[in-house]
Design a protein around this ligand. Structure first.
Ligand code: AMP
Ligand code: MG
Length: 439
C-alpha cells in the first residue's frame, strides 16, 4: 500500500482483473435450497451425497434365460445338452423366489432377482427355450401373457459361476460417495439420484438474472424501423448468454433514455432479480441516463460506481448493489460487441459464483494466429473475435476490432486476447484465446 486509497478515485483506470475481483468480492451466493429432482436440473449440488442403498440392491440377472447351478451345466454341449427341471418363472419385481436345487432351473428375466441356490444365469439363446419350444417363442409367450414356464429346459452351453449375474453393490455400495458437492446436475446425475431413491437434493439456486436494454433508438425485432432506429439486439444476446451460463433469465426489453421510465422499470424488477444487467447509457453522451438514474437510485439504497477500464471494447463499466436487497447490478456499454465481451468477462463469473459452479472462469488456451491482428491500443487489453481450431491449435481473426460488428461476432467462437503492453501481433504469433463454448 502506498498510503493513498486509489480504489474509488474517479480517474482511476481499472484493469480487467481488478474490476472482476472487486465485483466477485462483493457478491454472496444465497443459502442452498432443497429441490425436487427435475427442478434441480442445471443446478450445482451443495452437499456431498452418500449412497444410501447399494446399487443394484440385490443380485440380479443381466439376461433373459435360466437361473441354474453352474456345476449342473459344466458338461453341457450342443451334442449332449443338460436337461434341467424348470421350477417356474422369476420376473423383474418378483418377491417370492423358488430355491433352485441340483438338476433344477428357474426361468428368469433381465433385472429379476437371482433365486437362492442358483449361481449362474444361462441366456435363453444357450438353451432350447424350455419344454421343446424355441427360445423366441418362449420369450414371446412370456411377454404377451405371463405363463408358468414349468417343465424342462435343455442347456447346450456351460456357464461359469457368477455368469450373467449383476452383483448387489457392484455399481455403488451403501456408504460410498455418490456425487460430491460442486457436481452440476445433468440428466445422468439426476438419473443416479433417482436410482438411489432420493427425490430431492440440496442445491445452489440458479440466479435470476434480469436483462434490460436502454436507448430511445431501440425497437424490438419484428417491428419496422423508423428513421434513426435500430433493433434491440443486446437484450436477446445478453439474456441468451445468461441462460447459457446457467441463470434463470427475464428479458425486460428496451427502455427509452428517460430517467423516470428507467427508474420505474428497475424498481419493478427488484423483487424478481438476483442480478440486474443493463446495456447502454454508461459512456459520456448527453443521453446517457443510466449513470444518472443509477446514481440516484444508489443514493437511496446501495452504491453504484462507473469506471473506466483498461480494455477494448468495453471501456465504460458500471457496477454496484442497488435496491433494499442490495442486488448486484452490472451496467454494460451499449455497443453489441462491447456488451457481449463485458458479459463474458464480468457477468458470467458473477452468475457462476452465485450458482456455486466449480468453473467460475472460462478457460484460456494458447493458439497461433493465422493472420496479423490490426494494431492494438497501448495500455489496454484488447478482445478480438476469432474462429478457434482446437485440432490445428490456430485461431483466425473474424472481422475487425469495431464494436458494432454483430455479424462477425456471430461467426466467431472465441475471443483473442491481446495484452495491455502489446500493440502489434504478427501472423503466426501465439496468443491467448478464450473459447466461447456453450458451457
Ligand atoms: P450507448 O452505450 O447507449 O451509447 O450505445 C452505444 C451504441 O450501441 C449505439 O450505437 C447504440 O445504438 C448501440 N446500442 C445500444 N443498445 C443497443 C441494443 N440494445 N441493441 C443494439 N444496439 C445497441
Ligand atoms: Mg444509448
Amino acid at each position: 500500500m502506498n498510503g493513498t486509497d486509489q480504489t474509488h478515485h474517479p480517474d482511476r483506470v481499472w484493469s480487467v482483473a481488478a474490476h472482476l475481483d472487486d465485483i466477485l468480492a462483493r457478491i454472496h451466493p444465497p443459502a442452498p435450497v432443497k429441490r425436487q429432482l427435475l427442478d434441480a436440473q442445471g443446478c450445482v449440488l451443495a452437499e456431498d451425497l452418500t449412497v444410501p442403498l447399494s446399487l443394484p440392491p440385490f443380485d440380479n440377472s443381466s439376461m433373459d434365460g435360466y437361473a441354474v447351478r453352474a456345476a449342473d451345466v459344466a458338461a453341457a454341449t450342443e451334442a449332449a445338452p443338460t436337461a434341467l427341471t424348470v421350477l417356474g418363472d422369476v420376473a423383474a419385481g418378483s418377491g417370492a423366489l423358488p430355491t433352485v436345487g441340483p438338476g433344477q432351473a428357474a426361468r428368469i428375466m433381465t433385472g429379476a432377482p437371482v433365486p437362492p441356490g442358483a449361481d449362474a444365469v444361462v441366456p435363453v439363446e444357450w438353451t432350447d427355450g424350455g419344454s421343446g419350444r424355441g427360445p423366441a417363442a418362449t420369450m414371446r409367450a412370456h411377454s404377451a401373457a405371463p405363463q408358468d414356464a414349468a417343465g424342462e429346459v435343455r442347456v447346450h452351453h456351460p456357464a461359469t459361476a457368477g455368469a450373467h449375474i449383476r452383483r448387489a453393490g457392484s455399481d455403488a455400495r451403501a456408504g460410498e460417495g455418490a456425487l460430491p458437492a460442486g457436481t452440476v446436475l445433468g440428466p445422468t446425475q439426476l438419473g443416479l439420484l433417482a436410482a438411489l431413491g432420493l427425490d430431492a437434493v440440496t442445491v445452489h439456486r440458479r440466479p435470476r438474472v434480469v436483462v434490460l436494454s436502454t436507448g430511445s433508438e431501440l425497437v424490438p425485432p419484428g417491428e419496422p424501423l423508423g428513421p434513426g432506429q435500430i433493433h434491440d439486439s443486446n437484450s436477446f444476446q445478453l439474456t441468451a448468454a445468461a441462460r447459457a451460463a446457467g441463470a434463470l433469465t427475464y428479458r425486460v426489453g428496451a427502455v427509452a433514455d428517460d430517467a423516470e421510465a428507467l427508474r420505474a422499470t428497475l424498481e419493478d424488477q427488484y423483487a424478481r432479480a438476483d442480478v440486474l444487467v443493463t446495456s447502454g447509457g454508461v459512456s459520456v453522451g448527453a443521453y446517457d441516463v443510466v449513470k444518472e438514474t443509477l446514481t440516484d437510485l444508489a443514493a437511496e439504497h446501495g452504491q453504484v460506481e462507473f469506471r473506466k477500464l483498461a480494455m477494448q471494447p468495453g471501456k465504460p463499466q458500471g457496477f454496484g448493489l442497488i435496491g433494499p436487497d442490495r442486488i448486484p447490478l452490472l451496467a454494460l456499454p451499449g455497443n453489441p460487441v462491447s456488451s457481449y465481451v463485458s458479459f463474458e468477462l464480468f457477468v458470467r463469473p458473477v452468475i457462476r459464483t452465485l450458482m456455486g459452479h466449480p468453473e467460475v472462469h472460462r478457460r484460456t488456451v494458447r493458439a497461433r494466429v493465422t493472420a496479423p491482428l490490426g494494431s492494438s491500443p497501448a495500455g489496454k487489453r484488447q478482445f478480438l473475435r476469432g474462429s478457434y481450431d482446437p485440432v490445428a491449435g490456430t485461431v483466425a481473426p473474424v472481422g475487425g476490432s469495431g464494436s458494432h460488428l454483430i455479424r462477425a461476432m456471430a461467426r466467431a467462437d472465441a475471443l483473442i486476447v491481446v495484452p495491455e503492453d502489446v500493440t502489434e501481433v504478427p501472423a503466426d504469433a501465439t496468443v491467448d484465446v478464450i473459447p466461447l463454448g456453450p458451457c
